[in-house]
Ligand binder design. Structure first.
Ligand SMILES: [Fe+2]
Length: 307
């Protein structure tokens, strides 16, 4: 059995330098305003610390962090995020995909994602997306939907090249019998977020999955817990989203939650169990918030729900 934690959108609190002149005329200025006006009070470092302790206490095989680790894509935030990721565990047991806040403005890779290469790299050592990490029966496929967008937008895009490569990898990994877990920041289902926050080429992504199948898709970005299955070649593919791992409950955020996901090969197919862990403000800790199980045949089509 492979056991992993899926969490997202930590939005780390990092002491950042005063805005440069160019920052004052970039999208960073709006994000700084939003952060100062209230976001910083809703994304709490003590909630994130409690989440990390809770995940660590479960002694899992792997951590998946589906983006928005930073707030303004500042170089100092990428360095701080790398220190935070290092503390979670060995890099081969922690996988990251970037979110829109991690690509807020165009910037040199050396100041940004280069700092995250240990967690963004495939087993072959190659950088770029999609990347693939094989862990036992499981193939973790990391995508990037993070692109700089105009002020007021938080949309994402995978692009034709990445989708083409994804399709080839999913076909190959499916033929080799792996449980394919695809992770991206933006939700791929329709109507989950408003148009200005959506994955632009979500229908093309869904078309790839409809042809190739996948055993599980994970995402963040939506601020609430999601289960929006997509059509696969022979049935439904479970798609799970988690709200921010550091958010206290408020009108825009469901409140912090992470999912403990177990996947196991059985004679009947893939046995998938999802255990939600949710922040309890009254107790200042994370606690169980429901579980469910799915049975997925090796072909990737859901054929039953138990419990
Ligand atoms: Fe996001």
């Amino acid at each position: 059995m492979f056991r992993l934690a899926h969490c997202s959108d930590p939005h780390l609190h990092v002491d950042v330098p005063a805005p440069s002149l160019s920052d004052r005329f970039s999208k960073r200025a709006l994000s700084r305003l939003s952060w100062a006006r209230g976001r910083s009070a809703l994304q709490r470092p003590e909630v994130l610390a409690a989440a990390v302790a809770d995940i660590r206490a479960h002694a899992l095989d792997h951590w998946l962090v589906s983006g928005d680790i930073t707030n303004f894509s500042l170089p100092s935030e990428f360095v701080a995020a790398a220190r935070w990721l290092e503390a979670l565990g060995p890099a081969d047991a922690v996988t990251v995909v970037p979110g829109n806040h991690d690509a807020l403005v165009p910037m040199p890779a050396a100041d940004g994602w280069d700092h995250w290469q240990p967690w963004l790299r495939g087993d072959d050592g190659a950088t770029g997306f999609p990347f693939v990490r094989i862990r036992g029966d499981v193939a973790l496929i990391g995508l990037s939907s993070a692109i700089p967008t105009p002020p007021g937008f938080a949309s994402g895009e995978l692009g034709a090249e990445q989708l083409l490569a994804l399709e080839a990898r999913l076909v190959d990994l499916g033929q080799r019998g792996f449980a394919r877990i695809v992770t991206l920041h933006h939700p791929p289902a329709e109507g989950v977020v408003t148009a200005r926050k959506a994955l632009v080429d979500r229908s093309a992504f869904r078309a790839v999955l409809a042809r190739t199948g996948a055993e599980l898709v994970l995402h963040g970005h939506s601020r609430d817990a999601r289960f929006d299955p997509l059509r696969g070649p022979q049935g439904l593919i479970p798609v799970l989203g988690v709200p921010s791992i550091s958010a206290i409950p408020n009108p825009k955020d469901e409140g912090a939650r992470w999912n403990l996901i177990e996947i196991e090969r059985t004679v009947r197919g893939w046995h998938l169990a999802v255990h939600a862990r949710r922040w309890q403000p009254q107790d200042q800790r994370f606690a169980a918030a429901g579980s469910y199980r799915l049975l997925l045949p090796a072909s990737g089509a859901a054929n039953g729900v138990t419990g």
